[in-house]
Design a protein around this ligand. Structure first.
Ligand code: AMP
Length: 282
């Protein structure tokens, strides 16, 4: 695997690769890699001739300074993991390399940025859009792989690509989970023992939603989910919403027959904030 820290060097290298008619796949990450990230790299490897992964902890998307400070950084281990899955290139730029000047871009995603993560993390999706636009421009990949674990982010990225006319195809990839159902996340390493032991209740509860919804209102459902998850005392639901999976329009009554729905949740586990989701047919 070749490691690049400079945009110019990566661009020059990929220009040579393109001459060999290789299609390029791209997996952007913030590092502290786990099997969920590696599944994206494997997917890229199976569909494209050449795979680039980036590791960049993007300061612009953190609305909580403590979260940025404590975000796990495990570069040596990440490099070893990427080599194991035969990733071709790692792009690991510095903050100065990515943002040499003051950042002023402002994107407008309308409704998509006003709900759920957008409502609870002001400025977060603008920061995501800034870095994803920049990375997609630099790598100019044929396909880029994003996890459904961050479903709203995936919708934002698709909208960004549409608005900016970016040629890269966005490929959604399913959520990778621990054997007990907890969605893999770099932040899981920061969970205390009690929080980690309690956390599987999140996905366990999400999976029961379709059945519960057959005989209950959305309001009852939200109260029930919150009670189930908060019960241990180690977890605290921030929000739980049911939305149309195709456009994330929030569903607040029973008028949804035949639609594909998604339950999206954010939960505080001590100082760590976890998100997850579950798609189902109504
Ligand atoms: P992050 O490093 O958390 O910014 O994530 C980088 C990419 O990996 C994003 O597209 C995430 O949605 C994706 N990702 C993170 N965790 C998982 C997971 N458990 N399963 C699938 N994809 C994931």
């Amino acid at each position: 695997m070749i490691i690049f820290e400079k945009i110019e060097d990566l661009r020059a290298h990929l220009a040579e690769i393109r001459k060999e008619h290789e299609s390029i796949g791209f997996v952007p990450t913030m590092g502290a890699l786990h099997d969920g990230h590696l599944a994206l790299v494997r997917r890229s490897k199976s569909c494209t001739g050449y795979t680039v992964c980036s590791i960049f902890v993007n300061p612009v998307q953190f609305n909580n300074p403590d979260d940025l400070l404590k975000y796990p950084r495990t570069l040596e281990k990440d490099i070893a993991l990427l080599e194991q899955v035969q990733c071709d290139v790692l792009f690991h730029p510095s903050v100065k390399e990515m943002y040499p000047d003051e950042i002023t871009e402002k994107y407008d995603f309308g409704y998509l940025e006003q709900i759920m993560e957008g409502a609870h993390r002001p400025g977060h999706f603008n920061g995501v859009a800034i870095v994803v636009k920049k990375l997609l421009d630099i790598v100019d990949a044929d396909r880029a792989y994003f996890g459904e674990k961050d479903y709203q982010q995936l919708m934002i990225v698709k909208e960004l690509v549409r608005q900016c006319g970016i040629r890269t195809q966005i490929i959604p990839c399913p959520t990778t989970r621990e054997p007990d159902g907890l969605a893999m996340s770099s932040r899981n390493t920061r969970l205390g023992q009690a929080e980690r032991e309690a956390a599987p209740v999140i996905f366990k509860t999400l999976k029961q939603i379709p059945e519960f919804l057959k005989t209950n209102s959305i309001e009852n459902l939200k109260n029930w989910v919150t009670a189930q998850i908060n019960e241990s005392g180690f977890l605290q639901v921030e929000y739980i919403d049911i939305a149309d999976a195709s456009d994330l329009h929030i569903i607040d009554n029973h008028d949804f027959k035949g639609q594909k729905l998604i339950a999206c949740i954010a939960v505080h586990a001590g100082p760590v904030r976890l998100i997850d989701n579950f798609q189902f047919n109504s």
